[in-house]
Design a protein around this ligand. Sequence first.
Ligand code: GCU
Ligand code: CA
Length: 402
Amino acid sequence: MPLFGYGSANAGPAPSTPFAVGVRQYNWTRGTRQVTTFVYYPAVGTPGGNPITNAPVASGVFPICEYTHGSGASPQRALAHIRPLAAAGFIVPAPVFTNASIGDTYNGNLPRDVSEAITRTIALNTGSDPLAGHINTAAVGVSGYSMGGMTTHALLTAYPDSRIKAAVPISCVDMGTPSSMVKANVMFIHGDRDATCPYSSARQAYSELPPTKAFLTFIGADHSGTSWGTTNTVAIRTWLDWMRWSLYGDLAARDRLPADAASSYSRWEFVAGTEVPPARYEAETAPAVCQGTIDSNHSGFSGTGFCNGTNAIGAYSQVTANATAAGTATLAIRFANGAETRPADLIVNGTTVATVSFENTGAWTTWSTRTLTAALNAGSNTVRLAPTTAAGLPNIDFIEVS
Ligand code: GCU
Ligand code: CA
């Protein structure tokens, strides 16, 4: 079975022991709309309790898995869904849509609000917020129940968000035609006697989506969580492993999925996609440009060497990356730094799109990977790292694009 859309930077096991859960409230807005969001996260403390407001963040870097609650509910009343996600090692932004109507899902308000909450959550990673440095901004999942499941599906179709790599719409209806902008692992969860959001509608949505995709049916179950159970362990464990696989690159979690989904009252369907290996662009291989020397004196590099940029402002390392379609790409930059922190601009096709700071990795032979996202054009793109201090760049091994 393939791993869809993830580079080596993400591949690794998800945390195997549960965390305590913290929660912080953010009073975000989008234009005139309130996008008040409770962000749940892995916290320092004893696992198993209720979310603790402003608890210290656990050490580690965690993927984002957004959650949208159902009509008339709230994040607090959806903790049966949210808490397991945060305890498993995900940052869970949960917007408050208590007064929203289903119409706000169809007219795009809720999906766009969710995209805003994702943007704001990503921004926390570089500010002074306690969550700064703890968010894997390249690994974004979305999920939700009922109205929230519809919002989730809308983010893959009518109101697409190309940052999404994984989605779990629960008890949703079909919100439109799949967008080619989104490449995500999508798992539906639905009761086949759902009289509110018809099973047939979710089946239609499932049939239209390209792989990788799965459908977990609860046989004889209706719309409300009471029949298949909001705390249904089959649903929760399958959902968690779907996200562990899709957002951590945890292959053992992928391999557990059929067993997770198995019960006397459930049915599991899975369609694997085609593996999309990340394209690796070595910093030493033309048309790459290294304003410095191509060296090979520090072991552990890939290819034939690495770019040792001149220690000067602007002395850059650049690769030329090809993209089959325009859209957001994940850039994994492999570097080593035996000296001081070295900041740089990320310049894509001549435009500075981000600043990135390369920390000391411990030694010039210790290589580390920094993951960023950037919009690429279809076809050829220049991806340049230009140092902003006289210390120059760290040594650059390669940039992978996926
Ligand atoms: C050392 C190291 C180089 C590195 C340089 C630097 O000379 O051997 O590989 O590029 O420091 O500080 O940039
Ligand atoms: Ca150097």
